[in-house]
Design a protein around this ligand. Structure first.
Ligand code: MN
Ligand code: ZN
Length: 508
């Protein structure tokens, strides 16, 4: 489609009728672990292929464990050439998130075999009771994300193993908007992954802003890109203090989605957009510094989520703010000990130039407040401490109140992107106080993700509900699992979309 945000997103088609009559190179169905009985749809399919499914189960070659796959060559006339069984795990506690992970496991396996078109039963024929539209959406998203790869910088030969067409099998009227919404969401996650996977020399603040303009045009969003002069005029000294050390100009990307008829205050999303974080004068160690090209993952998630919200025509207003810059140790760079004056006039003592995320977010949050939002949600690859605390598969969640915290947890449960709540006791705020300035941007290793959050909360203030997701661990992965692929994960897009869907009307 010409309006796709990612050039590699598979197309979607819906196919009704019995599974045995779907003409496809491969049909994916799921089976639960430890149960011999087949769902009626699968039993009918098994009959049509001379009991080959039961034969595999009987042999013990396939047990239904999560991510397990088995390929059967059935060559049914007028039906699927192959059946791919995928394990759904135990039936107890099955969820739409596990459905998505199973679809991803199957798609990853089939992509590895060089199969370009895959058909999947809309709920993997699990008979799980997950409503048709949700099941179809999750299965498409899972299959598309499992098949994702970032290959645009490679020679054509390396691009051959792609899944370019996904067929969802089920009664089209029962699936409603599911397949279409699935495609919108997957496209947004692809976009976030593409942006973050792109090397920093090809994803400068200027290029990121140009991509945002392109996305805004495709999705009918209004966008403004503020250059250094305008950022200066706004008095964003914290943001500019980070940008000083780079030859690449910064950009403040502001996107507005204000659908006709929306009345309530908008939801403000703020995403960290550091297109490369060298650490600045407080230079990072050599090892893995290249991964810092993904330090704009929060900004990518925010852009992708607002794009999805617009395409799904959600009935709420959204303001997305992405302060984008490199953090480099160039000649003009901010030095440890320097004091910066933020947009809201707070003075900040720079203890380490590697704690730059909270500096750009401080001004990003202050800017978002101009729109009198119902709430502010920021998302950022902010601290190594969040990774130490929770590992690489769970994001740290902070919020100014229990209601907002619980709403984000709910969105996370629906998306399968795991979060865990962190504390914000008063004494953490004490620690952010500066020696020669109002605040300092680093407080030592102890509770580092929490003091970073406390720093941000000072800029959000006490009247607007505020939440913060630290995705330093989850934004990139060094292996494939579930619907996550190695490299940039696009983490947060699905949770933000779930959250925004539940924001009608927005409340604190
Ligand atoms: Mn840093
Ligand atoms: Zn950073």
């Amino acid at each position: 489609m010409k309006d796709d945000l990612s050039p590699r997103l598979p197309s979607v088609a819906v196919s009704g009728g019995p599974l045995s009559a779907v003409k496809t190179p491969v049909l994916v169905v799921g089976l639960f672990e430890g149960t011999g009985d087949l769902a009626p749809e699968v039993a009918a399919l098994d009959k049509a292929v001379d009991g080959k499914i039961r034969a595999v189960l009987g042999s013990g070659d396939f047990t239904g464990k999560p991510d397990e796959t088995s390929l059967l060559y059935v060559g049914a006339a007028g039906g699927p050439e192959r059946i791919c069984l995928v394990g759904l795990g135990k039936k107890k506690g099955f969820s739409s998130d596990r459905l998505k992970a199973a679809a991803a496991a199957a798609a990853r396996h089939l992509k590895g075999l060089g199969i370009h078109t895959i058909a999947l039963a809309h709920d993997l024929a699990a008979g799980s009771g997950i409503p048709g539209p949700t099941a179809a959406r999750e299965v498409f998203v899972g299959a598309a994300l499992g098949a994702y790869s970032f290959s645009s910088l490679k020679k054509a030969d390396d691009k051959k193993r792609t899944v370019d067409r996904i067929v969802i099998c089920g009664d089209p009227s029962a699936l409603a908007d599911g397949p279409r919404h699935g495609r919108i969401i997957a496209d947004s996650v692809y976009l976030a992954r593409d942006l973050a996977n792109t090397p920093a020399n090809l994803m400068t603040p200027t290029i990121l802003a140009a991509r945002a303009v392109d996305v805004a045009e495709k999705c009918g969003l209004s966008i403004e890109v503020l250059d250094r002069r305008k950022i200066q005029r706004l008095g964003m000294g914290a943001f500019l203090g980070v940008a000083r050390g780079s030859a690449e100009p910064p950009a403040l990307i502001v996107i507005k989605y204000l659908p006709p008829g929306h009345k309530k205050s908008p939801v403000a999303l703020v995403g960290k957009g550091i297109t490369f974080d060298s650490g600045g004068i407080s230079l990072k160690p050599v090892e893995n510094m290249g991964a810092m090209k993904t330090d704009m993952s929060g900004g990518a998630a925010v852009l992708s989520a607002v794009a999805a919200a617009a395409r799904m025509k959600l009935p709420i207003g959204i303001i997305a703010v992405i302060p984008a810059t490199e953090n480099m140790p160039g000649p003009g760079a901010t030095k440890p000990g320097d004091v910066l004056v933020a947009m809201d006039k707070t003075t900040i003592e720079v203890i380490t130039t590697d704690a730059e995320g909270r500096l750009v977010l401080a001004d990003g949050i202050a800017y978002a407040k101009r729109f009198e939002p119902a709430l502010i949600l920021d998302i950022a690859t902010l601290t190594g401490s969040a990774v130490i605390a929770l590992g690489k598969r769970v994001a740290a969640l902070f919020a100014s109140g229990d209601d907002l915290l619980e709403r984000i947890r709910q969105a996370s449960r629906a998306s399968g992107e795991q979060v865990w709540p962190m504390p914000l006791f008063d004494h953490y705020f004490e620690q952010t106080k500066g020696e020669v300035a109002d605040l300092r941007n680093a407080t030592g290793r102890d509770g580092g993700s929490i003091t970073a959050a406390a720093f941000l909360k000072r800029f959000a203030g006490d009247t607007i509900p505020w939440a913060h997701l630290d995705i330093a661990g989850t934004a990139r992965s060094n292996k494939d699992y579930g619907w996550v692929t190695k490299g940039a994960t696009g983490w947060g897009v699905m949770t933000l979309v779930e959250f925004l869907q539940g924001c009608d009307p927005p409340k604190g």
